[in-house]
Design a protein around this ligand. Structure first.
Ligand SMILES: NC(=O)c1ccc[n+]([C@@H]2O[C@H](COP(=O)([O-])OP(=O)(O)OC[C@H]3O[C@@H](n4cnc5c(N)ncnc54)[C@H](OP(=O)(O)O)[C@@H]3O)[C@@H](O)[C@H]2O)c1
Length: 325
């Protein structure tokens, strides 16, 4: 599989590195808006070609698939354009801003027999399967607490009066659409769509949300979700059953998973796993799908359905809190 990348930041480098763990996945081309960056990025990562025009990338016959890691606001148009030009697409989370946009792209990909999926590492890890197995061992689950608060490395720049993309609502970014998505993903992937969502959000002067929380109410359980880009949490997330509790240190990478009960406590997934191991799952899934084009694959159906559920959750939370986008 010859793939190309859009975006030249840290996360694209991580994806390229993770994709090297997947056989037959070849970085063929890179795209940047800037010629110097494009050439340097291609050289650094051994790509044969670089592009500074999306049209040229879309028309390149040797590129069959594209990984998109641009700011969120560009995801929909870039994915649409590439699918229209017969490229398979894996797009960074959140792959679209709204559920409607995602439905449109899923339909477009279906019509063109192409793979379209969201790059979300958690649900493609081995740890996710382990977590699902563990759920059967903790009895009846009534309470879940999902925490992900990560003080952004861009926050000091924001406080100095700069306008980093991550705190610029014109980029459809901020806390919910960056960090919050991980909490929503685990809720959606493990427990599906809630009956009711109550949420709160706080905003910076830029108009981007700095932090928020939500309660997802299901018939048999409540999930509380806490997310922030302006503060750091140290307490883990917990899935609490009447026979045991699963403690999760990182909800985005699904590392540091412990089983705890009155009688015992043991570690199930290590606290430290290298990023390539964590991210290679999404790359492998994408490559396997591009190779097989087996759209009846339960993993593809699950990934698509979960992505849609997360979009719906995001839409509701944005609406409830009058987000500017
Ligand atoms: N999976 C993960 O763990 C993870 C981690 C971080 C980020 N992400 C996701 O990755 C995506 C990119 O995040 P990021 O923090 O890397 O974003 P970013 O640094 O703001 O932008 C990413 C790339 O997009 C291009 N870009 C920047 N500003 C742009 C603009 N105004 N118009 C068009 N292109 C622009 C730049 O590439 P060129 O200048 O070369 O064109 C840049 O390298 C987001 O969707 C984010 O949610 C995922």
């Amino acid at each position: 599989m010859n793939y190309a990348t859009i975006g030249t930041s840290w996360i694209t480098e991580k994806f390229i590195s993770a994709a090297k763990c997947v056989e037959d996945m070849k970085l063929y081309a890179v795209y940047s808006r800037n010629e110097y960056t494009a050439r340097a990025f291609a050289e650094k990562h051994g790509a044969e070609k670089y592009f500074t025009s999306l049209e040229d990338l879309a028309n390149d016959k040797n590129t069959d698939s594209v990984y998109i890691a641009s700011p969120n606001a560009f995801h929909f148009e870039q994915s649409k354009f590439l699918l229209e030009h017969s490229k398979n697409v894996i797009c960074e989370k959140p792959a679209t801003t709204t559920k409607e946009q995602m439905e449109y792209l899923i339909k477009l990909a279906e019509e063109k027999n192409l793979v379209y999926t969201e790059a979300i590492m958690s649900v493609h890890t081995n740890a996710f399967d382990t977590l699902k197995e563990l759920l059967c061992q903790i009895g009846r689950i009534r309470s879940v607490n999902l925490n992900f608060c990560q003080l952004s490395s861009k926050y000091p720049a924001y406080l100095e009066g700069k306008n980093p993309n991550i705190f610029n609502p014109e980029m459809h970014t901020g806390c919910l659409m960056d960090i919050g998505v991980y909490n929503l993903y685990i809720a959606a992937a493990l427990f599906g769509e809630p009956d009711k969502i109550l949420s709160d959000a706080h905003f910076l002067e830029s108009g981007a949300d700095s932090n928020g929380c939500a309660i997802f109410s299901y018939k048999d359980k409540s999930i509380s979700l806490l997310y922030s880009k302006t503060g750091q949490n140290y307490a883990p997330s917990e899935i609490i059953g009447d026979k045991g509790t699963i403690s999760i240190d990182s909800i985005s990478q699904l590392t540091g998973i412990d089983f705890i009960s009155k009688e015992t406590k043991y570690n199930v997934v290590p606290y430290e796993l290298d990023r390539d191991t964590v991210m290679s799952g999404e790359a492998r899934f994408f490559k396997d799908m591009v190779r097989s084009k087996d759209f009846t694959n339960p993993k593809y159906i699950f990934a698509t359905q979960t992505a849609l559920t997360v979009r719906k959750m995001c839409d509701i939370i944005r609406q409830q809190n009058s987000f500017p986008f």
